[in-house]
Design a protein around this ligand. Structure first.
Ligand SMILES: Cc1cc2nc3c(=O)[nH]c(=O)nc-3n(C[C@H](O)[C@H](O)[C@H](O)COP(=O)(O)OP(=O)(O)OC[C@H]3O[C@@H](n4cnc5c(N)ncnc54)[C@H](O)[C@@H]3O)c2cc1C
Length: 415
């Protein structure tokens, strides 16, 4: 290869656009020809939805702490986070894109403008003049002979190097329909089985009736995920009942642990709706309440702990919605306390990729150089973003991963 290096970036989402930005920043646009190929009419369709339209760009923690948010991939991603971490991302947004940032709860960083659309537009304007963006060009196939040949609906393109950043299989309507896995697989890469992560979960049977009756109600709960009668993992925090099941941060965090092949009653979430007390303390306190408020409805007493609508639905589960404290039997009290502290929500086993924020699984990290993002199987092929078997927790982790990986890939492409 001599003279100008032709770099093709396949997919104009966060990872692809960030890689283009880093290539421009590090090269100054010299001796390089950068093309982003995107199937949608405008790039960054998922990017503009991030952070509820406000774009949570990163999380300002030290990389040694931040890495723990990437589950099994923490050791793989650590060098990338150390080389280009949250502070570098903030500097890039402020100095290069001209977007001032601000810190919110739990170290989450947002642009001051609170607009993901503005983030996308500033990236596109930063790239204009240096990077060619071919949109509306669905990539149909990639082959490598002496160089890479990329076949699209708009024509064939040839590159010396390609960056595969077609995203995962989540939020499919934004364009990420799993093509990264298909292309990487055809080029010899192993694809770790996919699962919906950071996803709402669907409830089944009687549980669905319960959650839909409470649709929109938010509670603070401890949530334990049980698969095949064994507790798999748990979380604590805000969750919401929904028409189709459960959602909210504490629920979505657990979704990646639901096995793809689990069925029937074998997967459920157990909700502790009063996590500040253990079972014994709660029972004691509730007993005292019953004794002190004989003329009060049980539903009213329970609503001291949980929203009134949830209190009504829970007491209905033991047919106690019309009962008063006076005459409320010990058996009923035990049953009700158990429901409040151990409410079982049976899950439907559907992997909800349409609503998952990220995909767990993807290109095996064993086949990627962690200091460059280059494939160990195909030279000149770089893979970044959700295409890889990396999923972070919520709070800016996933965009930061795209940014750190983009930096390493760009740096290596330019050497
Ligand atoms: C609703 C929502 C909110 C989120 N909020 C946050 C947040 O605030 N902070 C955070 O860190 N993370 C957030 N995430 C996660 C984050 O958006 C993703 O991790 C990130 O966008 C992944 O980037 P990517 O470039 O790998 O994939 P994508 O952003 O999905 O981009 C892939 C691109 O490739 C294109 N493409 C696919 N196939 C082809 C093909 N065959 N030919 C050409 N182009 C193709 C797609 O059209 C798409 O534009 C959120 C996700 C969702 C769904």
């Amino acid at each position: 290869m001599s003279g100008v290096k032709r770099v093709g970036i396949i997919g104009g989402g966060a990872a692809g656009l960030f890689t283009a930005c880093q290539l421009k920043r590090l090269s100054g646009g010299k001796d390089i020809d950068i093309t982003v190929i995107e199937k949608n009419s405008v790039p960054g369709k998922k990017l503009i939805l991030t952070g509820h339209g406000r774009c949570n760009i990163t999380n300002l923690k030290d990389p040694s702490v931040l890495k723990k948010g990437y589950h099994e991939a923490e050791n793989f991603i650590y060098p990338a986070l150390r080389e280009f971490g949250p502070e570098d991302t903030i500097r890039f947004f402020e100095d290069e894109l001209g977007l001032k940032t601000k810190e919110e709860e739990n170290n989450r960083i947002f642009p001051e403008c609170d607009s993901a659309v503005k983030v996308r537009d500033e990236i596109l304007s930063y790239l204009s003049g240096t990077v060619k963006i071919v949109s509306g060009a669905n990539v149909l196939g990639i082959t490598k002979q002496s160089d890479f040949e990329v076949i699209t609906a708009k024509g064939v393109y040839n590159f010396d190097v390609i960056v595969l950043s077609c995203g995962g299989s989540s939020f499919i309507k934004t364009g990420s329909s799993g093509d990264s896995y298909r292309f990487a697989g055809l080029m010899g890469h192993t694809i770790i089985p996919l699962r919906a992560a950071l996803s709402p979960v669907r409830a089944a049977g009687y549980s669905l009736k319960f959650t839909s009756a409470l649709s929109g109600v938010s509670v603070n709960a401890k949530i334990s995920l049980y698969c095949n009668e064994r507790i798999t993992t748990s979380s604590e925090g805000e969750m919401l009942f929904a028409e189709s099941g459960l959602t909210g941060p504490a629920v979505m965090e657990l979704s990646r642990e639901i096995p793809a092949d689990i069925s029937g009653e074998n997967a459920y979430m157990e909700l502790d709706l009063v996590p500040s007390m253990n079972d014994g303390q709660f029972e004691q306190e509730f007993l005292a309440l019953i004794r002190d408020h004989a003329d009060t409805k049980i539903t009213t007493l329970i609503s001291r702990y949980i929203p009134a609508s949830a209190a009504y639905e829970i007491t209905s589960l033991i047919d106690a919605e019309d009962l008063y404290a006076q005459g409320f039997t010990k058996e009923n009290r035990k049953k009700l306390c158990r429901k409040v502290k151990h409410l079982k929500i049976v899950l439907d086993n559907v992997q909800d990729f349409d609503r998952a924020y990220v995909t767990r699984g993807g290109v095996s990290l064993k086949e990627i150089e962690r200091k460059t993002m280059q494939s160990k199987i195909v030279s000149g092929l770089y893979i970044t973003g959700e295409a890889l078997d990396i999923d972070g927790i919520s709070g800016g982790y996933n965009l930061q991963a795209c940014m750190s990986e983009a930096y390493l890939a760009a740096k290596d492409i330019l050497t």
